[in-house]
Design a protein around this ligand. Structure first.
Ligand code: PEP
Length: 257
């Protein structure tokens, strides 16, 4: 496992073609270099669309850019007659280190339920990819069940196929906070993340609980990242909109607690 080095992950969603992707990664790298950011103090992973992965990975390799590259989804299958699907084997071959699973947009627009999320988690691990398992409550869930019940249940199910020594990342993303400009408070996020760490402890044991990174996601910006990073159970952020702007993402990566 990578331990709990802070991880700042940029989910580009369906934005940036491969030329724009290469330009953004280059500019981000120069921005961090200009700011004399110490690359080993924070892990950075970008999650471009599938069609950008090859170009971004080639650039990262060629220029020795210290970013991980991940995919936004994968198939539950390894290969075969599944038109339009992308398997974990292909992603691993491209040099992807991780893959987002169960993002709320996949759950909502592609009807991915907890069984699919568990199957995708298993598929990622089979191919040596770190699953970034996203969980979070909708506004309606929050009203009916409070903040933690739904994310806890989602994580319990996702961890069913996971061995105690597997490397995973968990992202707590309240759905109402994603893209809304209305982030959770650091205290709310910490409360849920502590409970998610308890789930990891129950399902995977003490060592896994102590060394697994839990991220907060939902309207993270350069102006609020430090407040989340001060919380003991928050080890980084999954950033959507803020990862598409070089200066903003560079500032988020250079957060000061
Ligand atoms: C996300 O989609 O994972 C996300 C957190 O988006 P945003 O940062 O734009 O709220």
């Amino acid at each position: 496992r990578a331990g709990r080095t802070p991880l700042i992950a940029g989910n580009w969603k369906m934005n940036l073609d491969h030329l724009q992707a290469v330009a953004l990664v280059q500019k981000l790298h120069w921005s961090l270099k200009d700011a004399e950011h110490a690359a080993d103090s924070v892990d950075v992973t970008v999650f471009p669309p599938f069609t950008d992965l090859r170009s971004v990975q080639t650039l990262v390799d060629a220029d020795e850019i210290p970013f991980g590259v991940g995919a936004q989804d994968l198939s539950v299958h390894d290969s075969g007659a599944y038109t339009g699907e992308i398997s974990g084997a292909f992603l691993a071959k491209l040099g992807c280190s991780s893959v987002i699973i169960g993002h709320s947009e996949r759950r909502e627009y592609h009807a991915e339920d907890d069984d699919v999320v568990a199957a995708k988690t298993r598929a990622a691990l089979t191919h040596g990819l770190v699953p970034v398992i996203c969980v979070g409550e909708t506004a309606e869930d929050l009203e009916k069940h409070g903040a933690s019940a739904v994310p806890i249940a989602q994580l319990e199910k996702a961890l069913e196929p996971v061995a105690s020594n597997a490397e995973i990342v968990v992202a707590y993303e309240p759905v109402w906070a994603i893209g809304s400009g209305q982030a959770a408070t650091p205290e709310q996020a910490q409360d849920v993340c502590a409970k998610l760490r308890d789930v990891i402890r129950e399902k995977m044991g003490d060592e896994a609980a102590a060394s697994t990174r839990i991220l907060y996601g939902g309207s993270v910006k350069s102006t609020n990242i430090a407040t989340f990073m001060r919380e003991p159970d928050i080890d980084g952020a999954l950033v959507g909109g803020g990862s598409l702007k070089v200066d903003e993402f560079s500032s988020i990566i250079r957060f000061q607690k």
